[in-house]
Design a protein around this ligand. Structure first.
Ligand SMILES: [Zn+2]
Length: 252
């Protein structure tokens, strides 16, 4: 057994753990994504509703302004009524007054309708705001959970990097460089075991001669296909023990 290979295997395991951590940190949990989507959709709803309410209020203000003018017009028309002598003119003016009153009544009704609409919409807005508050709370909770999770992962990673450094120091520079280069180019795996003629890095068969040689374990070998460093599995990785689930364990 070559010590440098042993160290490289240790390094590879650590690097894979680090990779796993990095992936986990980049993967936003579904619960957080869901909370965010909900928050955003409620925010959108709220701003749309606010816009509609603003429009209705503007319309209402405009109608009120117009109504005020119409009332002033009515007043002056009514004042003119007193000064009129001719019956026909009087009748015409009276009809005009009736017309104005009718139009005003209609406008008042429209204003009333708008007010009711606005009230209803304000109620809806309040409900959405409450929903949004809850959604924001949930989002913040989920965000905090994820942040804490990432914090934990980050400290695990720090820990692993420290461990990695101590191990790397003990590996010959050339070999380490080769491993690093391979690892970067080959999806995080720079050294792979070989068993039953198969390189577990690329899952291709290696020639029988190399397979025989690798079992001698007296130099560094590389896979002819993926170029990764390879080693004979049985020498470096003890047979995995068969795990017996605890609850099925027989009494001893
Ligand atoms: Zn290979």
């Amino acid at each position: 057994m070559q010590e440098a290979i042993m160290r490289l295997i240790e390094l590879q395991n650590i690097d894979l753990e680090i990779l796993k951590i990095e992936r986990a940190m980049n993967e936003i949990p579904q619960s957080l994504q869901k909370a965010q989507t909900q928050k955003e959709s409620l925010n959108k709803k709220l701003s749309e509703l606010t816009e509609i309410i603003e429009e209705k209020k503007k319309q209402k203000d405009l109608f009120e302004e117009e109504l005020k003018e119409e009332y002033n017009k009515l007043k002056s028309t009514q004042a003119r009524l007193i000064q009129i002598r001719g019956t026909r003119e009087y009748q015409l003016l009276l009809r005009e007054i009736e017309e104005i009153k009718k139009a005003n009544k209609q406008k008042e009704e429209e204003i009333l309708k708008l007010m009711e609409e606005i009230e209803g919409l304000e109620q809806q807005k309040k409900e959405i705001e409450e929903e949004l508050n809850k959604a924001e709370e949930l989002f913040n909770e989920e965000k905090q959970k994820f942040d804490e999770f990432c914090q934990k992962l980050l400290s695990d990673k720090e820990e692993l990097l420290k461990k990695r450094e101590t191990i790397a120091e003990k590996i010959p520079t050339n070999l380490l460089k080769k491993y690093e280069l391979l690892r970067q180019r080959k999806g995080g795996i720079g050294i792979a075991p070989v068993i039953n003629y198969v390189c577990e890095g690329c899952h291709m068969s290696i020639p029988p001669q190399l397979y025989n040689e690798i079992q001698k374990d007296n130099r560094y070998y590389e896979c002819p296909h993926c170029k990764r460093l390879i080693f004979y599995k049985k020498i470096y990785i003890p047979e995995e023990k068969e795990e017996v689930p605890e609850n099925k364990n027989t009494q001893s």
